[in-house]
Every structure is written in structure tokens, then in C-alpha cells.
Design a protein around this ligand. Structure first.
Ligand SMILES: Cc1cc2nc3c(=O)[nH]c(=O)nc-3n(C[C@H](O)[C@H](O)[C@H](O)COP(=O)(O)OP(=O)(O)OC[C@H]3O[C@@H](n4cnc5c(N)ncnc54)[C@H](O)[C@@H]3O)c2cc1C
Length: 452
């Protein structure tokens, strides 16, 4: 009997409701930075997740939690990777308390499937990362993914009220609860969210929900440059309007928006695409009257700051436009830069200058009201020049008291520049937590901040 068949037999016996994959095609699909697992396990029940982890911990196997495989290359390459535990068969809606605006779901449910169910009930989960068709609830929480609507509703830590997590030794732990008002104590939900599967495998999540708004509309406004656009953003944030999202698209990002989304734009919005302008997309949601009044106020504010407003986007054009914007958060090389909002425009100008010096193309979208830029750099195989540019941009971000994380990069680039940057003083605390939660290092090491 081979070592592999001994292992699969043991996994089968301990976790009978688990499918095991070992074909080379399947293993390739679950590879991370070229490192393939020996086995992929797809548990059908939570008890099997616990049983698989227990065996992995006893046999010193390195486990990677996997969701929809949309973002497996996040982080540095893994040190070792033996077993993928993929949650996609754990995809049930467990509870929906419509009157309390809460729900409880298994971690492998794709976000889009949950939204489809909730839409029919007049509610939604206010998370809008890209790839919602395939990205699972567990993967989204593990990576603390968000999208443009975080301006109005916050990110995952603001929306999760409870989690169930399988820890490295197979123990199942709970944090938080099912109701919005939970008892006091350490809020461990916040610790698991964003920990990239290093502390445990999220198996269930409880969320607070939002009633679906009657209307959603977006105003597009073009500006000659980013500083003028950002003056408008700052004016809007200090006014009485409450936008759901404010996205800034530089001229290159507009060129990369999908043709399909552009085709759906009304003529008055399409006209804005003709010049080398910076574009603000400002969306509002709520009652029809409130949305109309806020759009009118926003037009006035934008015009006062030398903006040229176009038509409103609504219905299918609205949805197609925002899906295309979210898609620009992903690409072969993407840096996520977090800054104070008054630093966004100077940073974008600096990025264009140093990219031109290195003959790289840069395109940027920014959650302009939240201070988050997604900067795509091209071509992705210009490894040396990309490393130079990214280290200069990171230095600039740090100088402005911000940060730069590379969220997407080829393995060759990760070998030259760490995706997270220099470890900060809080690394000691993170190491202590990792040691407490996963003392045998059953959950893959090497990918997260400081090699955790
Ligand atoms: C620092 C950082 C910031 C990001 N910010 C944003 C953002 O602001 N907006 C945005 O849209 N996207 C962001 N992303 C990308 C986002 O991660 C993806 O949209 C999402 O993770 C895809 O989910 P998936 O189901 O395909 O998971 P996968 O690609 O399969 O997994 C994603 C990560 O989560 C782990 N994981 C998967 N399932 C579980 C589970 N059940 N329990 C524990 N760990 C699990 C995996 O090991 C992997 O590290 C960010 C990523 C990182 C690392």
C-alpha cells in the first residue's frame, strides 16, 4: 500500500461524508503558487472538517482551507501544503430570521447564492467583493474582502455577529452569537476575519442583514484631474448626503472597464468616456424621493467643484457598471493601498510618475470615501521593474501613514518583494495568538504577515 493510499484510507474512515480528490488535474486546480497538495478533501458535514483536522494535526500535515478558489494566490507562497480542505459542499442556509434581520449560513455558500435567496425576501447582506458567483462566505471573511459599498455599510467585521470555526486540532469553537446584541467579552469574530485561514477553518457565519432599498442610482461625474474629484468627495462627506459608494476611476481604469458594462451606459453617461478625465461614480440607495434629492444635491456640489455630471445609472446599467468596477479589484498584479483620503490624489500622481519612469502601465480605482486604492500594474511579467515600482510606492504609502499590500502577483514577483511588506511591532502578538490557536501549525504556514 502506498503512503498516499494509507492516508486516503485513514481520512475516509474518520470522515465518511467527505469526497477525496487525488487526480493530478484536481491537485493542480488547488495549487497555490505552484505548490500542490497531496489530497483535496471536500467534507459534506462540519464534523468531518473537525475529523480531517484532527488527523492532519496528529500526522503533522499542513492544511489549507479553501473556498471557491477565486483568490488562492493571496499572500506569500506556503511553506508546505499537504491537504486542501475545501468547504464548497458546506453550502446550506441554516437560518433566516427575517423579522430580526439576521441569518446563519455555512461557510461554503457562494455570496451570490445567499444574495439571491435574500433578494426574494426583500433583504441583503451588505458585502460586495468581486467574484460573488464563486467566492464563498468563508473565503470572503478569511480574507476580509469588501467592495465599494463599505463606505455606507462597513466591512465584514461590522456585519458578522457570530462564527463557528474548526481549529487546527479539530476542536469546534464558537464566537459571538445569532442576535445583533451579544454579551460582552472578547470579540473573537474580529480576530478570525482577515486571518487568511491561519487560525482555523470558518464553518458557519451569522450575519446582520439590511432591508433592500426601494431605489439604487448612480451619478457619474467627470473631472479634469484627481485633486478636483477628491475635493468633491471631501465636500460630499462633510455634507448631509449619505452615499452608498463613491468610486474614483482614473482614465486608464475607464479604458479597462468591460465593454459590456460600457455598452449598457445611457448616452449622457457614455459621453463622459470621451475625454482623458477622472471619473467619480457616486451611488445612493433608499426611498425614491430621498435618492432623487441626494442626487440633485450631489450634482450641485460636483458642479461647484468644476465637475461635469452625466446621466444617472439605474437598474441593469447600474448593476453592470458596479460589477465591472468591482472586477477591477482583481488582476495579474494588484496593490491595495490604504490611505487618508486627502492623500489619495497625491499618491495617484506619484504612482503615474514612477510607473512612467519604469515604462509600466498603471490603472487605478479607489473607494474614494474610504481611502482604499486598487492599483493594477502591467505587464505582469516585468518582474524587476514591478518590484522597483512597488517598493517605491510602499515607501510613499508608509510616509503618508498608510499601507500597501500586494493582493495579486505572480510567484516570481513574490520572490522579489514580500506582499505584506515589513512586519510591524504587532507581529509578536500575532505570533502568540497563532501559537495558542494552532500550536502544531496544522494550518498552512508562510502565507500570512511575517510568515505566519
Ligand atoms: C489583505 C487582503 C485584502 C483583501 N481586500 C479585499 C477587498 O478589500 N475587497 C475585495 O473585494 N477583495 C479583497 N480581497 C480578495 C478576497 O479575498 C476574495 O474576494 C475572497 O477571498 C474570495 O473567496 P473564495 O471563496 O474564493 O476563497 P478562496 O480563494 O478559496 O480563499 C481565500 C482565502 O481564505 C482562506 N479560506 C477559504 N475558506 C476558508 C474558511 N472557510 N475558513 C478559513 N479560511 C478560509 C483560503 O485559504 C485563502 O487564503 C483581499 C484579500 C486580502 C488577502
Amino acid at each position: 500500500m502506498t503512503k498516499l493510499s494509507l492516508l486516503t484510507d485513514q481520512l475516509h474512515a474518520a470522515a465518511p461524508q467527505t469526497e477525496l480528490l487525488t487526480s493530478s488535474g484536481d491537485l493542480k486546480r488547488f495549487a497555490v503558487d505552484g505548490v500542490k497538495p497531496q489530497v483535496v478533501a471536500l467534507p459534506g458535514v462540519v464534523d468531518d472538517v473537525a475529523a480531517l483536522l484532527k488527523i492532519a494535526s496528529e500526522r503533522h500535515l499542513a492544511v489549507l482551507p479553501v473556498g471557491g478558489c477565486t483568490e488562492l494566490e493571496l499572500g506569500q507562497p506556503p511553506e508546505r501544503y499537504d491537504l486542501a480542505i475545501c468547504t464548497v459542499r458546506l453550502n446550506a442556509l441554516l437560518e433566516h430570521e427575517a423579522a430580526d434581520l439576521t441569518c446563519s449560513v455555512q461557510a461554503g455558500m457562494p455570496l451570490a447564492a445567499l444574495q439571491q435567496y435574500l433578494t426574494a425576501k426583500g433583504q441583503f447582506l451588505a458585502l460586495d467583493p468581486p467574484n460573488a458567483e464563486r467566492a464563498t462566505i468563508g473565503g470572503i471573511l478569511a480574507a476580509n474582502a469588501s467592495g465599494p459599498q463599505r463606505l455606507r455599510y462597513g466591512a465584514a467585521r461590522d456585519l458578522v455577529i457570530g462564527l463557528r470555526v474548526a481549529l487546527g486540532d479539530g476542536t469546534i469553537a464558537r464566537s459571538g452569537g445569532k442576535v445583533v446584541k451579544n454579551v460582552a467579552g472578547y470579540d473573537l469574530n474580529k480576530l478570525y476575519i482577515g486571518s487568511l485561514g491561519t487560525l482555523g477553518i470558518i464553518v458557519e457565519a451569522n450575519f446582520k442583514l439590511i432591508p433592500r432599498p426601494e431605489r439604487q442610482e448612480t451619478l457619474l461625474v467627470s473631472f479634469e484631474n484627481a485633486p478636483a474629484a477628491m475635493e468633491t468627495v471631501i465636500a460630499l462627506l462633510s455634507s448631509v448626503v449619505t452615499p452608498t459608494a463613491i468610486e474614483l476611476l482614473d482614465p486608464a481604469a475607464q479604458r479597462h472597464l468591460s465593454e459590456q458594462a460600457i455598452k449598457m451606459l445611457p448616452a449622457g453617461a457614455l459621453a463622459l468616456w470621451e475625454g482623458p478625465a477622472h471619473l467619480l461614480a457616486i451611488s445612493f440607495s433608499g426611498g425614491a424621493q430621498a435618492v432623487a434629492r441626494q442626487l440633485a444635491d450631489t450634482r450641485t456640489t460636483a458642479t461647484r467643484h468644476a465637475g461635469s455630471p452625466g446621466d444617472h445609472l439605474e437598474d441593469a446599467a447600474h448593476d453592470a457598471f458596479w460589477a465591472a468596477v468591482r472586477a477591477q479589484q482583481i488582476g495579474p498584479v494588484v496593490c491595495k493601498v490604504s490611505l487618508l483620503i486627502n492623500e489619495l490624489a497625491p499618491f495617484l500622481a506619484h504612482a503615474q510618475t514612477i510607473c512612467q519612469e519604469q515604462q509600466l502601465e498603471a490603472s487605478a480605482i479607489a473607494h474614494a470615501g474610504s481611502g482604499v486604492i486598487y492599483l493594477q500594474l502591467r505587464p505582469p511579467d516585468a518582474t524587476d521593474r514591478l518590484a522597483v515600482v512597488i517598493s517605491q510606492l510602499r515607501a510613499q504609502a508608509l510616509k503618508s501613514k498608510g499601507s500597501l499590500v500586494i493582493t495579486h502577483a505572480p510567484t516570481a514577483l513574490k520572490a522579489q518583494i514580500n506582499v505584506w511588506g515589513e512586519a510591524r511591532p504587532d507581529l509578536r502578538l500575532m505570533e502568540t495568538l497563532k501559537q495558542k490557536f494552532d500550536p502544531h501549525h496544522t494550518l498552512v504556514k508562510g502565507r500570512f504577515v511575517g510568515g505566519l
